[in-house]
Write a protein that binds this ligand. Structure first.
Ligand code: TA6
Length: 305
């Protein structure tokens, strides 16, 4: 979409920070949101009459090429540190690159946006494959994202991705993730990296950094103080990553406020480690994520719908 194209009502171009980053402000009768062109990153979202759905660090920096702390960063084409190149950026390069807004339209119940990132010499220098990535956003009373990765080259490739969602909490120590029971769990803080299985609900009792594999794709984050339930539906994403930096790691992150660990947690949806995706030349795969805020807490033990 040419920058001179007319944007639909409720969508305006904005600048982010003082270093030239650009983005968009969404302001409709249903929701408000902010998106950065860097990483096609949904930074903030708030449905009318509801609390903010995502957490953006008050110390987030808007510097070209530097990851923005909060919202939903996209980790692609690898998750975590690069397996063989410690000099390369953690979580891949997609969140550090400018994406192009290729479609924008408004319907009665949502603003629909599409962003695109296509391989070039710069990406090939970091990851020797040709791809076309598309991120669609549907912003209304809830958030629906769809990431599509197409292999536009002549060689098969294998990739990881994660929609690294940051969520606000009243108190991270009084929150739980339901729906991971029995999933294979890799505790990133356990040097033995022995596989375990999650027993029951997940709680953030200290620094937490766990990868869950072969998950059901349906789970929820319960804020026990506010009685807020956030439903997370990601049927095409077999992995979940749960992260809370705790006080120690938070103190080492310049773009996190000291108390940040107490009021946020990441519950990320993707396909990483053994769930990584292999794409043949010419093939494409789509991965959906839907976030819905549900007030009120069913009695303990009520099965998820
Ligand atoms: O979410 C899991 C994780 O890999 C953690 O280990 C932590 O590094 C977090 O991502 C944040 O990574 P970032 O590169 O955004 O600081």
């Amino acid at each position: 979409m040419e920058s001179s194209s007319v944007l639909p009502t409720g969508l305006t171009e904005i600048s982010l920070g003082d270093h030239g980053l650009r983005g968009w402000q969404v302001d409709t009768r249903l929701c408000r949101a902010r998106i950065s062109q860097q990483g096609a990153q949904l930074l903030e979202f708030q449905a009318r009459g509801r609390e903010p759905l995502l957490w953006l660090s008050p110390r987030a920096t808007f510097i070209p090429g530097k990851a923005i702390r909060g919202g939903i960063p996209l980790c692609f084409p690898w998750f975590g540190p690069h397996p063989g190149r410690p000099d390369l950026p953690a979580h891949g390069f997609a969140r550090q690159r400018d994406w192009q807004l290729t479609e924008a339209s408004a319907t009665s119940d949502a603003l629909q946006l599409e962003f695109s990132l296509v391989s070039d010499a710069g990406t090939r220098a970091l990851w020797p494959h040709d791809f076309a990535a598309t991120l669609r956003m549907r912003l209304g009373r809830s958030v629906a994202l769809q990431l599509t990765i197409a292999n536009t080259g002549s060689q098969e490739f294998r990739f990881e991705f994660a929609l690294h969602s940051y969520f606000p909490l009243t108190a991270s120590r009084a929150a739980r993730v339901e729906g991971l029971d029995g999933s294979l769990c890799l505790d990133q803080l356990d040097p033995t990296r022995e596989h375990q299985h999650q027993q029951g609900e997940l709680r953030f009792q200290g620094e937490t950094d766990r990868i869950f594999l072969h998950t059901s794709g349906q789970y929820c984050l319960v804020d026990e103080r506010s009685e807020r339930i956030l439903r997370i539906d990601a049927p095409d994403c077999r992995s979940v990553i749960a992260w809370n930096p705790g006080p120690g790691k938070t103190a080492r992150l310049a773009d996190m406020p000291p108390e940040g660990w107490q009021i946020m947690a990441c519950v990320e949806s993707g396909n990483v480690e053994a769930d990584a995706v292999t794409l043949a030349p010419g093939a494409a795969r789509a991965f959906g994520l839907r976030l819905e805020d549900q007030a009120g807490v069913p009695p303990v033990g009520t099965p998820l719908r």
